[in-house]
Each structure stands twice: as structure tokens, then as C-alpha cells.
Design a protein around this ligand. Structure first.
Ligand SMILES: C[S@@+](CC[C@H](N)C(=O)[O-])C[C@H]1O[C@@H](n2cnc3c(N)ncnc32)[C@H](O)[C@@H]1O
Length: 351
């Protein structure tokens, strides 16, 4: 594909030219495609395109005394792009697999057609490609080029024209404020130096009345994974069988080793709580809508859950109890929790 004129691969970007901005200067001028590059008319910065993927990554430029794990995380995932694909995976098997996981199935059933969806930190792009199998415009973004290339390869092989992959640092967005009806960021912010700042950066990209979905490691839910982590450190990797996913014969070796690296050898991760994310929502003008698991005890997610219907926030005791349950049961999926918020229409805090 690299032999092709790169500009020929940029139809997705051209179709949505109105929402792109320069990550370096944040200027409002429309980015131009000149030869095989993308140029900002304001600061004149030029960005390359590789295999049809615009390389719009821009570093953080934080105070040098402040910790920034971006380069470390980027080089980790360049070596082990996550979650990678099974051999011979096609749209049929992607859909089949996504439907076995309740979250992706419900999302696909309930997100309207013809809207713009951003997935920040899409990794190898399974969810972006899956959501793009139906009629909606999906933007899969990540810092890791090797992961994006796997997603792009799948997209091209399967003719998923409504999906576009872009190299982007979520702290330096390449999109205008309020460009998306839905922003998804699953399993990403806890691998950054400042998860709340990352959340704020993404929250700005959500339209008023639009939604944000954030998936994070839970402080309690991660307990069993932390115990395994400790065992691997002390006794070596021969104890891999302790992780149920690594025992599963239905998962290929590449996906197993990617999971192992992501879960147990990651150079940086943080852990979060339901109460903390509720506070993030409050501080940025988002209303709590739903979560997995539910934030109120004795209410379980149903097979036909309406993901975007408002639910009670629960109180501190509820949060303690559901997270305690996650501690006992959350080991299988790495101790994740997901929170969904809606940007309030009178939101002046973040738009
Ligand atoms: C554990 S993977 C999750 C991938 C995907 N969301 C999933 O659930 O399968 C974390 C991803 O976050 C990306 N990431 C980390 N820091 C990022 C940043 N500052 N901007 C964009 N992506 C980032 C990594 O490159 C990696 O692909």
C-alpha cells in the first residue's frame, strides 16, 4: 500500500475535513493535503502519512519536571500492539466475537447511525472497525502506529470505508471541540501520566447532549491481577496458568502474549474508583448515565440493558459494595469498570 499515492487513502479525512485541527498550534484553519503530506495553514507544520494513516501525533510539551510516560508507553505498545487480531479474522468473525461480549453488542445495537464516534486509544482498532460495520463514522486514534496499521489493514481488507485511523496523542487532540456524538476511551487513561487531564481533553470533544464512555482499571477490581503480578515477579512467568485467559485454548498465542504483556509487564498503570470518575463528571459538566458494573447494589446489567438510559448514581456504601464484589470477580477481565456520562446541554465548564 505504501506504493500508492498516500493522498488517495485520505478520503475519510477529506470527507470530515471540517472537524480537524492542527495538534501543534490548535489553529482553526482547515488542514491541507499537499503532495503526500498534511499541512497546517497557520503554523505551517507538516505531517506525514504512512500506509494511509495521518501521523498527527504531537508530544505534550509539559514542564520538564513533570512526569510524562507517553514515550515509554508508546514504545511498549509499538512492540506489543494491543489486543491484536486472531489469524484469519474477517468482518464475520469480528462481529461474532464482539457479540459475545455484552458491551460491544449493546453499543452497536444502541448507537444511532450517521453519527461521529471517536475511539481514543483504539489500539488495534477492533471496536472501531466493529462499530464501522454499521452506518456510522468512526475515528480510531492511538499513539501507537503499529497498532493503527493492524486496524487499518483490517479496515482495508474488509472495505470499511466509514472508519478512519489517525495517530493522535489524546492530550493534543486533532479535532475541534464538540465534534463527536460519542467519545469512547477504554483501558487507556490509566496508562497515561494524568488520567484526569486526559479525560478533560476528551470531554471537550463531546457535543452537548453527547456521551462519553470511560473504561478504567478499578482500584479494588485489580486486586486479583495484582496478586498474579506479584506471583509472576517472584516465581517467574511459568505461573502464567494462573490467568484464565492464558489457559484458554480458544485464544491464539499472539493474543495470549499480548494480553500477558499488557496486564503484567506494562510500564505504567494507575487504578481508579467509581467515586473518582463521578467527580470527574461533575467537574466537567457531565451527568452520570450508566456503568458496568452498576453503581447501585442489587441492580444488575441486563442482557437487553439500555446503555444510554439514566441510572441512579448510588451512594458511598453502594460504591464500596459493588467495588468489593469486583475485587472478588473482576480478575477475569483485568478488573475493569466502565462509566457513561452525558454532556449537559447547559455545559459551560468544558465546551
Ligand atoms: C490497553 S490498550 C487498549 C486498547 C483498546 N482501547 C482496547 O480496549 O482494546 C491501551 C492503548 O492506549 C494507547 N495510549 C496510551 N497513551 C495514549 C495517549 N496519550 N494518546 C493516545 N493513545 C494512548 C496505547 O498506545 C494503547 O494502544
Amino acid at each position: 500500500m505504501s506504493g500508492l499515492n498516500q493522498a488517495e487513502n485520505l478520503t475519510h479525512m477529506i470527507d470530515h475535513a471540517d472537524i480537524f485541527i492542527c495538534p501543534a498550534c490548535g489553529g482553526e484553519g482547515e488542514l491541507k493535503i499537499i503532495d503526500d503530506n498534511i499541512e497546517c495553514p497557520g503554523c505551517r507544520n507538516r505531517y506525514r502519512v504512512e500506509d494511509g494513516i495521518p501521523l498527527l501525533f504531537w508530544p505534550n510539551e509539559w514542564n520538564p519536571t513533570r512526569e510524562d510516560v507517553t514515550d515509554k508507553i508508546k514504545s511498549f505498545y509499538e512492540k506489543t500492539p494491543f489486543p491484536n487480531y486472531e489469524d484469519f479474522e474477517d468482518v464475520g468473525s469480528l462481529i461474532q466475537k464482539a457479540k459475545t461480549g455484552i458491551f460491544a453488542r449493546l453499543l452497536n445495537e444502541q448507537i444511532p447511525f450517521n453519527i461521529r464516534v471517536l475511539e481514543a486509544g483504539c489500539g488495534t482498532g477492533q471496536l472501531s472497525n466493529f462499530l464501522g460495520t454499521s452506518h456510522r463514522h468512526v475515528f480510531g486514534t492511538d499513539i501507537c502506529l503499529n497498532a493503527l496499521k493492524l486496524g487499518q489493514n483490517f479496515k482495508i481488507k474488509n472495505g470499511l470505508e466509514r472508519v478512519g485511523f489517525y495517530q493522535m496523542n489524546l492530550f493534543r487532540p486533532i479535532f475541534r471541540r464538540e465534534s463527536f456524538h460519542l467519545v469512547i476511551c477504554n483501558g487507556v487513561l490509566h496508562h497515561t501520566s494524568d488520567p484526569y487531564l486526559g479525560f478533560e481533553s476528551l470531554a471537550k470533544l463531546v457535543k452537548k447532549d453527547g456521551y462519553i464512555i470511560i473504561g478504567l482499571y478499578n482500584r479494588y477490581g485489580r486486586f486479583i491481577a495484582d496478586v498474579r503480578h506479584f506471583m509472576f515477579n517472584v516465581f517467574g512467568d511459568r505461573f502464567k496458568f494462573l490467568d484464565p485467559r492464558l489457559r484458554n485454548k480458544g485464544i491464539n498465542d499472539i493474543r495470549k502474549s499480548t494480553w500477558f504483556m499488557d496486564q503484567y509487564k506494562n510500564p505504567h498503570e494507575s487504578k481508579h474508583s467509581v467515586g473518582e470518575v463521578l467527580k470527574w463528571f461533575d467537574q466537567t459538566g457531565f451527568e452520570f448515565i450508566n456503568s458496568i458494573p452498576k453503581t447501585k447494589v442489587f441492580t444488575d446489567l441486563s442482557e437487553q440493558e439500555k446503555l444510554f438510559r439514566p441510572n441512579p448514581r448510588g451512594n458511598r456504601l453502594d460504591h464500596f459494595l459493588i467495588q468489593f464484589r469486583l475485587m472478588l470477580t473482576g480478575g477475569r477481565e483485568g478488573g475493569f469498570f466502565l462509566m457513561i456520562g452525558r454532556k449537559q446541554s447547559n455545559n459551560n465548564k468544558n465546551g
